[in-house]
Design a protein. Structure first.
Length: 275
């Protein structure tokens, strides 16, 4: 086995302690991702002359939807039987157990309630902007998973394999880093598409509402589907099907994304034809 296949990872997930309060790397990275997202949304609102006082409620809608959705997604999709028998542990978020699919669904629902009382911010206009920093936040969260030694990959003999010593002594794919790299790349693609395509079309009077949301779903969940093949199973579905729960849930997300892209382009073409 290559020498570099022994990258030993035994970092304490707790960054520091203040009395009885523990500050975790995961929490710091989670918070950093969403704070950067807030600053990005501030820039989008400024560019497009949207009311800045709406930023604070938008921020809390996104955070609330992400956390509640991710927790419920973990419970429903991955460990429903356990939590039925131990309902009090539903609230033990500090012990881990957040599902990205559930977090995505939570944000989608939360943004519906945010946008329905703001006629100048259509629902798909909002989601098109929110998905850009969401991809970046996903990158930070996956790095946080590395510090928690969770969501690790299958055994591997590649030169960059990690030994998560808090788990076992087996070299594994650092699939969390694969996902972080994928999400970071997707963030760049989304931002450049917004700045040099969607934003310009909006200024020309032919908005593409839903285009970026669809592109986000297609790219994120295609990447997620492929990278799940390198990840240690977290559900029993692989005993029944050749794919796991994460891949199964990614399929409708990709299909929805393709439909949103098609719908946005169709509506834009109809607007141009009407002119």
């Amino acid at each position: 086995m290559p020498v570099l296949a022994q990258i030993r990872w035994d970092v304490d997930p707790v960054l520091f302690e203040l009395g009885a309060i523990q500050v975790h790397w995961y929490g710091l990275l989670f918070t950093t991702g969403f704070l950067i997202g807030y600053l990005m949304m501030y820039r989008f609102f400024t560019w497009e002359n949207r009311p800045l006082p709406d930023l604070e409620p938008l921020f809390f809608y996104v955070i609330g939807g992400a956390v509640v959705g991710a927790r419920l997604g973990h419970i429903v999709f991955y460990n429903f039987g356990y939590y039925i028998l131990n309902p009090i542990e539903i609230f033990y978020v500090h012990q881990g157990g957040l599902a990205s699919h559930g977090g995505g669904i939570g944000i989608i629902i939360a943004l519906y309630f945010y946008a329905r009382s703001r006629k100048k911010q259509p629902y798909l206009w909002v989601t098109d902007r929110v998905v850009i920093p969401t991809a970046l936040a996903g990158m930070f969260i996956r790095i946080g998973n590395v510090f928690n030694s969770e969501l690790y990959g299958l055994p591997a003999d590649v030169p960059w394999a990690f030994v998560f010593e808090r788990i076992d002594t087996i070299p594994r794919h650092p699939v969390q880093l694969y996902e972080a790299l994928a999400y970071g790349t997707i963030f760049v693609v989304l931002f450049l598409t917004y700045r040099f395509y969607v934003y310009r079309r909006e200024q020309d009077g032919t908005p593409l509402h839903g285009f970026l949301s669809g592109l986000f779903l297609v790219l994120i969940f295609t990447a997620r589907f492929g990278l799940e093949f390198f990840k240690a199973p977290v559900s029993d579905l692989v005993n029944v099907l050749p794919i796991d729960m994460g891949q199964l849930l990614s399929i409708p997300a990709v299909l929805l994304g393709l439909w949103l892209i098609w719908r946005a382009l169709r509506n834009a073409s109809a607007l141009r034809a009407a002119d």
